[in-house]
Design a protein around this ligand. Structure first.
Ligand SMILES: [Mn+2]
Length: 336
């Protein structure tokens, strides 16, 4: 294979300008352009395409992880049926979201949105389980945060017991947020309630949540560890190091880890167009340092998802959200 990793990406090449076909790739990226229940701002369904376009700018030699591309990385084509499902369900969901959530009388509409989410979950599960059974490592590219449920289920079934490191501004423990069972804001409640193989959930960057979500996290006991963004800042303000905090985060995780990266876990300057931006959050360097320390700890990263990346509306502006997303995506391929 004549491939120069330092040359500019050739038109028609794959993600990161790479030449790998599915059969050449150990790492397979599964795009899920689905955002039926995004409550504030939308467009994360366009995340996979925008990240793909931005990925040609990413330099392939990684200072920490070296020649990640030598593992072979291939991104599947987005499935048209999923994009269509998302658009149809969103059309039904938006009027309900705009009036502040579904109430009695909306049962039919809610059922149709839930059905679309269930079809998406089944699709992701099928795809992920098929790829994992062929020995591939899978990274999911959303879409909103509801999309990785099927991947997490497939990973937990394959490995028996996994932990999740979640970087996010939100706990995502809402009980059927705005009436939708599979809302992006309910992903971790659904995971903990329905996937017993998830032994531990460790949440970092958390800074926007409701009282019922905090209660739900507490009800999980040691199964759910929350590292609130404000608390982490207070500790550092009185002398704790970020390194010692990373150690505590990683110590809370079991041997096999799935990383669930909601881009809004980062400071909004890194993701100004994401659906629900919140001030505060991790700097880009803090997030990638934590991921590197996770790898250095000797844990096995069995999968990841990168969700809620939303490209900006103005095509004349340089694309920041997807650029940050593409660099995070390559770094997480390094974890695999
Ligand atoms: Mn989230």
């Amino acid at each position: 294979m004549h491939f120069d990793p330092d040359a500019a990406a050739k038109p028609g090449s794959g993600i990161f300008g790479l030449p790998h076909l599915l059969e050449d790739a150990r790492i397979v990226l599964l795009p899920v352009p689905f955002d039926a229940t995004t409550s504030y701002g939308n467009g994360t369904a366009n995340g996979p395409d925008a990240i793909f376009d931005a990925s040609s700018q990413v330099d392939l030699y990684h200072r920490r992880f070296g020649r990640i591309y030598e593992q072979g990385i291939h991104m599947l084509a987005p499935d048209d049926r999923i994009a269509q499902l998302s658009a149809e369900a969103r059309e039904i969901a938006v009027p309900l979201i705009e009036k502040g959530g579904a109430d009695s009388g909306d049962e039919r509409e809610v059922a149709r949105v839930n059905l679309a989410s269930e079809e998406m979950n089944a699709f992701v599960y099928r795809q992920a389980a098929g790829l994992l059974s062929k020995g591939k490592r899978v990274g999911l590219v959303g879409g909103d945060h509801s999309t990785p449920f099927g991947l997490i289920r497939a990973l937990a079934e394959m490995h028996g017991e996994i932990g999740i490191l979640q970087l996010d501004a939100h706990l995502d423990h809402r009980d059927a947020f705005e009436g939708f069972a599979w809302s992006h804001a309910s992903i971790m409640r659904n995971v903990l309630s329905r996937i017993p193989g998830v032994a531990r959930l460790v949440q970092v960057g958390i800074r926007d949540f409701g009282a019922s979500e905090v209660e739900f996290a507490k009800s999980q006991g040691s199964r759910c560890a929350v590292f609130y963004d404000e608390v982490m800042f207070e500790e550092r303000a009185s002398g704790a190091t970020f390194e010692s905090q990373c150690k505590r985060i990683i110590d809370a995780l079991p041997e096999r880890v799935h990383v669930s990266f909601d881009i809004d876990g980062l400071a909004p300057s890194c993701c100004p167009h994401t659906g629900t931006p919140v001030p505060g959050g991790l700097a880009y360097n803090e997030a990638t340092y934590l991921l590197w320390k996770l790898k250095e700890s000797g844990r096995t990263v069995v999968g990841f998802d990168l969700v809620e990346v939303c490209p900006g509306p103005n095509e004349d502006e340089p694309e920041l959200d997807a650029n940050v997303g593409a660099r995070l995506l390559y770094t997480m391929c390094g974890l695999l």
